[in-house]
Design a protein around this ligand. Structure first.
Ligand code: NAD
Ligand code: DAU
Length: 337
């Protein structure tokens, strides 16, 4: 499949995916449809702006006629849906936009994909749809969905819609469920870039609760190659978990960042916990590894080294992102913690 509509391609994972696809698969043509919300940043793709195989279109995935027009005009064969409201804390303070973008937006894309006979639809979902784990066990593709936050509930609703379209209209679709990503171009509302940014500016590092919550981290490039493997090798209808087997507590990650930046642990500040905070996520990725031959390219330590170095080398990107409304967001989100 050569002509791909990527939605949300100006965000963190979408922009990394486009860069990987254009660099490693020169035969593909990418159309990037993005609304450019606070999380969308065309600076992430400056290098590709003039690439003849890349086109950016500003627009909303909830706009059905516009999506259909793009599919027709560019002869789109596959859709990869990255577009979403993606931050759990924002879904707690304002859930409505999560339903609009993540549920209605996905429904709109599915209808267009069905009506225009798209050859493959990939829904980029999340391990958060499975809910929270106790001290042991891992999520498999058969774990039942039990989302706990408005964000994960909206992503689970979208997954159910994808399944319904595949079942009812034979839409050739796949769902991918990945664990926490980290890497270049991540908006500093998310834990790793937020902690890096604060440490660089000698500001407190706000750790929610006891900081013993566990996330299973994956370097963003490895998530992108996994999605490419699903696009090119998976049978329609299959769901794939994606993860790198890197369970770390938040305190471990924060301490590593401080150590790498040579900053004191006295910057760590335990603040009020996130309401309904999921305690532990862990992914069993054996299906994608054995069936599609995918594997991560770096260890957590190597990925974090590259990531921290990237933020150090790209202080201007970080400064641009945190100028504007970011400080207002930060003050509101952290004022009462
Ligand atoms: P992000 O917030 O960085 O980017 C989201 C992008 O979607 C932005 O460019 C934004 O402008 C765009 N967008 C939002 N609403 C839109 C709309 N209505 N129409 C068109 N574009 C719109 O998110 P991310 O971290 O890159 O996540 C991408 C996808 O991957 C999401 O679906 C998310 O649920 C999923 N995911 C993320 C992670 C993670 O750790 N970040 C892990 C697993 C899955
Ligand atoms: O698991 C996949 C999910 O990972 C994706 O679906 C989401 O889009 C993505 O945002 C991410 O969700 P999390 O809530 O796990 O990521 P976040 O970076 O917000 O938080 C990671 C952990 O760090 C979590 O336990 C909360 C904690 N945290 C976060 C922030 C922002 C803090 O302790 N302090 C903070 O300031």
């Amino acid at each position: 499949m050569e002509r791909i509509l990527v939605t949300g391609g100006a965000g963190f994972i979408g922009s990394n995916f486009i860069a990987m696809a254009l660099t490693e698969n020169p035969e593909c043509r990418i159309i990037n449809l993005d609304k450019l919300t606070y999380a969308g940043n065309l600076e992430n793709l400056t290098e590709y702006a003039e690439n003849p195989n890349y086109t950016f279109i500003k627009g909303d995935i909830c706009d059905g006629p516009f999506v259909e027009k793009i599919i027709e005009e560019y002869g789109i064969e596959a859709i990869i849906n990255f577009a979403a409201e993606s931050h759990v804390d924002r879904s707690i303070t304002g859930p409505k936009i999560f339903i609009e973008t993540n549920v209605t937006g996905t429904l709109t894309l599915l209808q267009a994909a069905r009506d225009k006979k798209i050859k493959r639809f990939i829904q980029v979902s999340t391990d958060e749809v499975y809910g929270s784990l106790g001290a042991t066990g891992k999520f498999t593709e058969n774990t039942s969905l039990s989302p706990n936050s408005p964000y994960s509930a909206s992503k689970a609703a979208a997954d159910h819609l994808v399944h319904a379209f595949a079942h009812t209209w034979n839409l050739p679709a796949n769902i991918t469920r990945c664990s926490n990503n980290y890497g270049r171009y991540q908006f500093p509302e998310k834990m790793i870039p937020l902690m890096i940014n604060n440490a660089l500016n000698n500001k407190d590092l706000p750790v929610y609760g006891d900081g013993q919550q566990v996330r299973d981290w994956l370097y963003v490039y490895d998530h992108c190659t996994a999605i490419w493997a699903v696009l090119t090798k998976a049978k329609p209808g299959d769901t794939y978990n994606i993860g790198g087997c890197n369970e770390k507590s938040n305190m471990e990650v924060v301490r590593l960042i401080l150590e790498k930046l040579d900053k004191p642990e006295s910057l760590i500040k335990h603040v009020t916990d996130r309401p309904g905070h999921d305690r532990r996520y862990a992914i069993d990725a054996s299906k994608i590894i054995t069936e599609l031959g995918w594997e991560p390219s770096v260890t957590f330590e190597q990925g974090m080294e590259k990531t921290i170095q990237w933020y150090l080398n790209n202080r201007r990107w970080l400064e641009n992102v945190v100028s504007g409304d970011y400080q207002k967001y930060y003050d509101q989100m952290y004022a009462n913690r």
